[in-house]
Design a protein around this ligand. Structure first.
Ligand code: TXA
Ligand code: MG
Length: 318
C-alpha cells in the first residue's frame, strides 16, 4: 500500500475504522485519530511512544463546533472568531463527551481549528473531531512534510495525507483564560502581539517549559535532533568546539573560520516567520549531517521569534 497520498476519502475511511492517519495542518503534521474512540486515541500514544500524562489537542472544522466538546466563554468566542482557522489552541473546560484518554484525565480540553484546506476538507467529511498530536516520536522534532512523518513513525502510521510543506512550521500557540487573564501555555504560530491586539489587553503570563509544566508536553527537554545542541555567540570565542564536527544553525547567515559539516540559515533576510517555517527542517538536517554538535543562536524576542527561541532553548537542554 502506498503510504503517502492525497486521497482524502481514503483517509476518512481509515479514520472511520479507528486507524491513525498523518494529517497536514498549517503548523506541523499531526497524527490523527477519532477523538471519540478511546481505543483509537490510545493507539496514538503507543505509536508516538508518548507518556499517557500528556494530553492531546482536538481538531474541529469551525469555531462553532468547539461548543460540542467544551464550555466556550465569550472571550474565547471573540478570539476564535478572529483567529480560527489558525495556529491557536484554546484550553477550555471539557464536556463529558470527550474521553479521558484524550485529556489525560484533566477537566480541560485543548481545541483548535487548523487552517490547512486538506485538514478542513477531511474534518468536514467526518462525524467526529480528530485528536492529533504532532506526528513524531515523543521528544523529537515536529514534522513539516509527509515524508518527515513517515521517517519518524514508520510502520506505526498506515497512511499520511500529503498537504505539502507546512506554512507556519512551529506548533500552535496554546492559550488559557484564567479569571479573565490570558495565560500562554505554549508559544507558537500565533504571535503574542496579535493576541494582545485582538484581546485589547496584555498576556498575563507566559508559562513556557518547566519540569512540572501545566501543558504537560512542555517539558524542558524536547525537540531532540539526535545530537547535542549548544546556544552560542557566533562573534565570541568558539575554541572549545575546535576539535568537533560542527553544524551551524544561524538566524541570518554565519560563516565560521573553521570548516563546518552543515550550515543552515533560518532566514537570510532576517524574517522571523520564515525562520519558524525553516526551523524543524534545519534541526533534522543538521542532526543527520554527521556533526557532533549543532551550534545555534537566539532570534529577536518578537513575533514568531519567541516560539523559535523556545524550541531552540529546549533542543539545547543537556
Ligand atoms: O499545532 C499544533 O498544535 C499541532 C498540530 C498537529 O495541531 N499539535 C501539537 O500537538 O503540537 P502536541 O500533542 O505535540 O502538543 C500538544 C500540547 C502538549 O504540550 C500538551 O501537553 C498540551 O498541548 N495540551 C493538550 N491538552 C491540554 C490541556 N487540556 N491542558 C494543558 N495543556 C494541554
Ligand atoms: Mg509535539
Amino acid at each position: 500500500m502506498k503510504k503517502i497520498g492525497t486521497d482524502v476519502q481514503k483517509a476518512a475511511g481509515l479514520l472511520n475504522a479507528g486507524k491513525l492517519v498523518g494529517l497536514p495542518t498549517e503548523t506541523v503534521y499531526g497524527l490523527a485519530a477519532n477523538a471519540l474512540n478511546r481505543e483509537a486515541v490510545m493507539s496514538i500514544f503507543t505509536a508516538k511512544k508518548r507518556p499517557a500524562f500528556d494530553p492531546l489537542i482536538v481538531h474541529v472544522h469551525d469555531a462553532g463546533e468547539m461548543e460540542k466538546y467544551a464550555y466556550v466563554d465569550e472571550f474565547t468566542r471573540r478570539l476564535a472568531a478572529r483567529f480560527c482557522p489558525g495556529p491557536v489552541t484554546f484550553i477550555l473546560a471539557k464536556k463529558p463527551v470527550v474521553p479521558d484518554e484524550v485529556t489525560s484525565g484533566l477537566a480541560t480540553v485543548g481545541l483548535r481549528v487548523p487552517r490547512h484546506p486538506i485538514a478542513l476538507e477531511l474534518l468536514c467529511k467526518l462525524k467526529f473531531p480528530l485528536a492529533a498530536p504532532s506526528a513524531n516520536l515523543f521528544g523529537t522534532t515536529s514534522p513539516g512534510t509527509a515524508r518527515d512523518v513517515e521517517e519518524s513513525l514508520g510502520e506505526a502510521v498506515s497512511f499520511v495525507l500529503d498537504g505539502g510543506a507546512c506554512e507556519v512550521g512551529v506548533e500552535s500557540t496554546i492559550i488559557k483564560l484564567v479569571d479573565g487573564e490570558i495565560e500562554v501555555l505554549r508559544l507558537g504560530g500565533l504571535a503574542l502581539e496579535e493576541i494582545e491586539e485582538a484581546a485589547g489587553k496584555k498576556v498575563q503570563r507566559v508559562k513556557t517549559s518547566s519540569s512540572r509544566p501545566e501543558a504537560p508536553g512542555m517539558l524542558h527537554k524536547h525537540y531532540n535532533p539526535g545530537i547535542a545542541v549548544r546556544m552560542v555567540d557566533f562573534d565570541g570565542d568558539l575554541s572549545e568546539f575546535e576539535h568537533k564536527r560542527i553544524a551551524v544553525i544561524s538566524f541570518r547567515t554565519r560563516t565560521l573560520e573553521t570548516p563546518v559539516v552543515a550550515n543552515e540559515a533560518l532566514s537570510k533576510s532576517g524574517d522571523v516567520r520564515e525562520a519558524a517555517r525553516n526551523l524543524f527542517g534545519a534541526l533534522r538536517r543538521a542532526g543527520k549531517s554527521g556533526a557532533d554538535v549543532i551550534l545555534t543562536e537566539l532570534l529577536p524576542e518578537e513575533g514568531l521569534g519567541r516560539a523559535v527561541n523556545d524550541r531552540l532553548r529546549r533542543a539545547a537542554v543537556e
